[in-house]
Design a protein around this ligand. Structure first.
Ligand SMILES: Nc1ncnc2c1ncn2[C@@H]1O[C@H](COP(=O)(O)OP(=O)(O)OP(=O)(O)O)[C@@H](O)[C@H]1O
Ligand SMILES: [Mg+2]
Length: 1117
């Protein structure tokens, strides 16, 4: 075993891991899901090119109306994360994001003009009332749950944590000169001895009042006088304090500054003797009284001294905030976290103790100094836990938001599930940014911090939106899992953009990256200004073998050619079997199954299916008896998902405990198969690279059917990731991999096993339109850089900049940059602005054009922006609106048409069934019936025909059918396409439709498309019954699960959030306890997110705005 062995591991888990993996449902009442993670699917990216930067950067999922006077903020979901986007949009009442500047106006006085007119405004108050009702419902719901079951902590437990903290270490508010900071009592003793400072124990909420505008203070003081007849103030100071404490109660529901939040919550908790609800004054009353109060407040009564005092106070608060930001606030014994976190790790993950390396990494000097960090350990080394602890530190101790970037949609969903329960217990929000989920810009939360879990594409959109709204500083930490993805195609380029922008714009944001497959980290370190930590610890030993003919060799780096002979494969083969299975795969798998699990990686999808069938054909029929009823259940579930259809291959293989797993399956099928495999119902999966990275599945043995992915020879990192799925900690006690090699590939394989991992190279340059051009356009669009000099400066800080000597051999980085800028100007996306003579002499400023703005806001791949513009323009001249075919044609993603080869007979059949309206559409776009007829009959065609148009129309026929049919199975059969492909087409089209919508929003001439595309996007994304949408908003709830839940009466999010997991298990067929708990946790988290959002909206409405007359006065001569 390698160095860095674990201190204390899981309690003898490994010993009988397999056995338990088959009996994994925890006992009733056991509060934790088992340690094993659900898995993920790498989805379509193995098959298709990455979609055309399909994220609607900056503007995400919701259709929202901008506030008066603001344009371009109407947004509709976008997003196709090269993964399993589910194809529907999350729609919630979303408070309009308010620019940060608005939050700092509290010190202004007398801010409302005519209060009476407001209080008389019934519709406005009715709105507030409605909103309040909604809030009360959500809050009430939460409190009800708490009342019902004391143990079921629905209220965030972070309050408890604070309370304990305060009990043991009183929080002291110290003011020394103009330096203000929060200290524990212990710390403050030093200050006390100096005797010069004015220390006072912080009355929870005191500084809420300190932060109030004078007009409000006057009003509250007035109120206090009336209400406290018996309490005669002895002096002014006392009076003020009394006023404050009395008013604290009333203010408990008014907005408080972020740094007041803890103490406020403590106060609420400690004074929680009477029901919150009964104490709660009507919001409408609050609003009325606040307004009346402000109205009564007489401006002249507020002295200059008072104003000055307020100015000093607000400055002090700023300093306090900064102190909190810069010092590492230690609020607990577990790596600065409360010991509750440790308990939760035991409860939710079964992790009792950290590995030695994890401890060493977390206590690194560089982390204490908040330096950026890259760490690298073998697969299954436990990297995630370190990142999660750092995330919790950021959220809880430093009170900053965090972005976690993960490579695939399914992995994001998995993480949202896993961390939601922590969020509920510790009082932070977990927000999903994957598929069609995510709001841009995110809602600004003042009460809780947010953990955004995002795919690379969504993460990019999120960062862009935070930059644009000036909120990037809210991000305290960015964590990137699978950092080696930086070197992978357009997604690597996008990841590089995220990191480069953060490094350039938000220096205080810490970056942490991890991977199992990094080599020569120097460049990455330079790029990220990061320290590096590595260790070769793997908790479960992984033995690597290579099979050549019937000889099995162990990979041994000490051996001369890297391989030592291990054994001969001993299996009797009949001549028939020999013919069917020349590689003796059956011998290899039967050594393992059915007692242990086995993954077989195959080069292609078809090969997966063939191998699964071939194995079943020769397996002993006894295999069928193993867990027979559960396999039947699985077949039933899959048939339900398929609305009565089941893939014949799966029908034949599942009884043997075998299934295939690749992107041809629809998402729900994949999930069911993964779950059945995790639970031991299935013992063997044949798969493509969909299961190659970041997933925790049981696999005693991983077999690589051939050293290829499609026709490409494996890269070392791909090989390492695949074999790394064997022997996962907490699941298996041992792991081994066998790579099957043909004689002809022997020499290549020796290189493969002996060579070091590939270096990670920037893809910004290679991915020209999706890479450097897109980046430069967004730099100008976001005003990060204004001229070529600044752009070049930015580019020097990218990974491409670091690797320029290696990557830019033929052209220098400045040439490349200049060339890319030239292309953007030539395409009419950027223009040079000469504003003054002086500027002409030096650097001209760059400006984004309307087309550029539309392209970048719509996240349109620059390769297609011209075509899109042309198509839309042509559409204006004769858009057919009697059916949605024409609109569908316009929103069929360009990047999918080049990989589509129509079946001409099917095309012809479809064409001949078109009604006259749709025939007209075909004629307008330029596809004639005679062309299709000739193609179908195999005749030669002399005329030059644009294939992209023909293919695009074909794909729009598929989408058209889907909208009419909504049954993916029937449509995929009709068009002879895999259902996975059809589903991917649908979600890509939904994303692209929203991209086109944003494109049109920026172009005045396309205003007419806005309404049409809004509706079309909805239709494409909600390709399920509307009633299921609220349930499907919950992370991990599929269409079929939503249907089951709905049929059992769980019709709303609130139903799910308040469900008892045990009851769910009983009510819902084939739902495990772990799934039930995760569904309930995720629903609670989502509900809490929505409640927060409504509360923020209320607070926003109640906030006293700045007096507009002040601005007028200052501008007057
Ligand atoms: N200290 C620990 N004690 C016991 N189990 C642990 C510990 N740390 C992590 N694990 C478990 O080990 C398993 C693998 O961890 P993780 O997924 O973090 O691996 P990884 O390093 O990210 O691997 P990969 O590179 O393959 O993604 C998980 O099930 C995790 O819960
Ligand atoms: Mg991992």
């Amino acid at each position: 075993m390698e160095r860095g062995g674990p201190v204390v591991r899981r309690k003898s888990r490994a010993a009988s891991a397999r056995k338990r993996s088959r009996e994994r449902a925890p006992s009733p009442g056991a509060g934790s899901p088992p340690a094993r993670k659900r898995t993920s699917s790498m989805a379509e990216e193995e098959l298709q090119p990455a979609p055309a930067s399909p994220e609607v950067w900056g503007w995400g999922a919701e259709v929202r109306l901008p506030p008066p006077g603001e344009s371009s903020l109407l947004s509709v979901s976008g997003g196709n994360d090269c993964g399993s986007g589910r194809g529907w949009v999350k729609r919630t009442a979303v408070p309009w994001p308010v620019p940060t500047a608005h939050y700092n106006n509290d010190s202004e006085e007398d801010l409302f003009g005519d209060y009476d007119s407001f209080s008389g405004n019934d519709s406005f108050l009715a709105q507030v009332d409605n909103m309040e009702q909604e809030c009360i419902q959500s809050v009430g719901l939460t409190s009800c749950t708490t009342n019902k079951d004391d143990n079921a902590t629905v209220q965030p437990a972070f309050g408890d944590l604070q309370l304990q903290n305060i009990k043991s270490n009183k929080l002291i508010f110290t003011t020394a000169g103009n330096i203000t900071c929060f200290k524990t009592e212990e710390e403050s003793s030093f200050w006390r001895t100096t005797g010069e400072e004015e220390n006072r124990t912080l009355e929870p909420g005191n500084y809420i009042l300190d932060d109030l505008p004078s007009s409000q203070l006057l009003y509250f003081e007035e109120m206090n006088k009336i209400s406290s007849d018996s309490r005669k103030p002895s002096d002014t100071k006392e009076s003020a304090n009394d006023t404050k404490s009395c008013l604290n109660k009333m203010l408990s529901q008014l907005p408080c500054p972020p740094n007041a939040e803890h103490t406020k919550r403590n106060n609420e908790l400690s004074t929680n003797t009477t029901s919150n609800l009964s104490k709660r004054k009507s919001l409408k009353d609050h609003l009325k009284s606040a307004m009346t109060g402000n109205a009564k407040a007489q401006t002249p009564l507020v002295s200059r001294t008072k104003q000055l005092k307020e100015a000093v106070l607000s400055e002090e608060i700023c300093v306090a905030k900064k102190t909190i930001e810069t010092s590492s606030v230690d609020i607990g014994p577990f790596y600065g976290l409360p010991s509750k976190v440790k308990d939760l790790l035991v409860q939710f993950r079964g992790i009792e103790e950290l590995y030695e390396w994890q401890h060493a990494c977390l206590t690194l000097e560089s982390l204490q100094q908040r330096k950026n960090l890259i760490y690298s350990l073998p697969t299954s080394g436990g990297k995630t836990l370190v990142a999660e602890i750092l995330i919790l530190q950021e959220l809880l101790c430093r009170q900053k938001d965090v972005l976690m970037v993960l490579p695939y949609v399914a992995i994001v969903q998995e993480k949202v599930w896993a961390l939601s329960s922590f969020g509920i217990e510790l009082g932070f929000l977990v927000e999903e940014y994957a598929g069609s989920k995510g709001r841009f810009p995110p809602i600004k939360r003042r009460m809780k911090k947010s953990l955004y879990i995002a795919t690379i594409e969504k993460g990019h959109s999120l960062v862009n939106s935070l930059i644009e709204t000036g909120r990037i500083g809210d991000l305290g930490l960015v964590v990137v899992d699978e950092l080696h993805m930086l070197g992978e195609g357009s997604r690597g380029a996008t990841l590089e953009m995220i990191l480069a922008k953060i490094l350039y714009i938000s220096k205080a944001t810490q970056i942490i990256g991890m991977s199992a497959t990094l080599n020569k980290v120097g460049d990455l370190q330079k790029f990220l200004h990061a320290e590096y930590y590595t260790n070769n610890f793997r908790p479960v030993e992984l033995k690597e073998y290579v099979k050549i003919q019937d000889s099995i060799y162990e990979v041994d780096d000490k051996a001369k050619n890297g391989l030592t002979f291990s054994r001969l494969l001993n299996f009797k083969y009949s001549s028939n079997l020999q013919k069917m299975d020349p590689d003796h795969l059956i011998a290899l798998v039967t050594e393992v199954i059915p007692n242990y699990s086995c993954l077989v990686f195959c080069p292609t999808k078809k090969n997966c299916e063939n191998v699964a069938e071939m194995i079943c054909k020769f397996l002993n029929k006894e295999h069928k008896n193993h867990g027979e009823s559960k396999k039947q259940d699985l077949i039933k579930d899959l048939t339900n998902i398929g609305k009565g259809n089941l893939c014949p291959v799966l029908k034949r293989t599942i009884p043997f405990g075998i299934a295939y797993h690749h992107s041809g399956l629809i998402n729900d099928e994949r999930k069911l198969i993964e779950e059945a495999y995790s639970a031991g119902v299935l013992c063997l999966l044949t798969c493509t690279s969909t299961l190659a990275a970041g997933v925790n599945l049981p696999a005693r043995r991983v077999i690589l059917r051939a050293p290829y992915i499609a026709t490409e020879f494996l890269k070392k990192s791909q090989y390492k990731q695949m074999i790394g799925r064997a022997g996962r900690a907490g699941i298996d006690s041992a792991g081994e991999s066998i790579l099957i090699v043909q004689e002809k590939d022997k020499h290549l394989v020796r290189d493969l096993v002996n060579s070091p991992l590939e270096n990670c190279y920037s893809k910004l340059f290679l991915e020209f339109t999706k890479g450097i051009q897109g980046l430069l356009l967004s730099l100008v669009g976001l005003k990060i850089a204004r001229n070529s000099e600044e752009i070049y400066h930015f580019m020097c800080g990218t990974l491409l900049g670091v690797q320029q000597q290696f990557l830019c051999k033929e052209k220098s980085l400045s040439d490349i940059t200049r060339e890319a800028l030239g292309c953007l100007i030539e395409k009419g996306l950027l223009k040079e602005k000469m504003t003054s003579e002086k500027e002409q002499k030096s650097q001209s400023n760059l400006e984004i054009t309307q087309l550029g703005q539309a392209t970048y806001k719509g996240s349109i791949d620059l390769a297609y922006c011209d075509a899109l513009y042309r198509d839309l323009k042509k559409g204006l001249q004769g858009l057919v609106l009697e059916s949605c075919l024409h609109l569908l044609y316009l929103t069929t993603p360009y990047d999918m048409i080049y990989h589509c080869s129509p079946d001409w007979m099917i095309y012809f059949r479809q064409f001949s069934h078109l009604n006259s309206v749709d025939q007209k559409v075909a004629a307008i776009v330029g596809v004639s019936e005679s062309f299709i007829t000739k193609k179908a009959s195999g005749q030669a065609i002399k005329k030059d025909v644009d294939n992209s148009i023909v293919n695009r129309l074909y794909l729009s026929f598929v989408l058209y059918d889907l909208l009419k049919e909504t049954n993916i199975w029937n449509v995929s059969e009709k068009f002879n396409m895999s259902r996975g492909y059809v589903q991917n087409l649908l979600s890509s089209a939904a994303s692209f439709a929203s991209c086109v919508l944003h494109f049109c929003e920026e172009m005045d001439e396309f205003w007419v498309y806005k309404g049409l595309l809004t509706e079309l996007t909805k239709r494409l994304t909600y390709c399920v019954k509307a009633e299921l949408i609220p349930l499907m908003e919950v992370a991990g709830v599929s269409e079929s699960r939503a249907k089951q839940l709905y049929d059992r009466g769980y019709k709303t999010l609130a139903h799910l959030a308040n469900a008892n997991p045990e009851t769910l298990v009983k009510m819902i067929e084939h739902l495990s306890r772990r799934q039930a708990r995760q569904i309930v946790s995720s629903a609670k988290m989502l509900l809490s997110e929505k409640t927060e959002a409504l509360q923020e909206e209320v607070e926003e409405l109640l906030k006293v705005p700045k007096d507009p007359s002040e601005d007028l006065l200052t501008t007057l001569p």
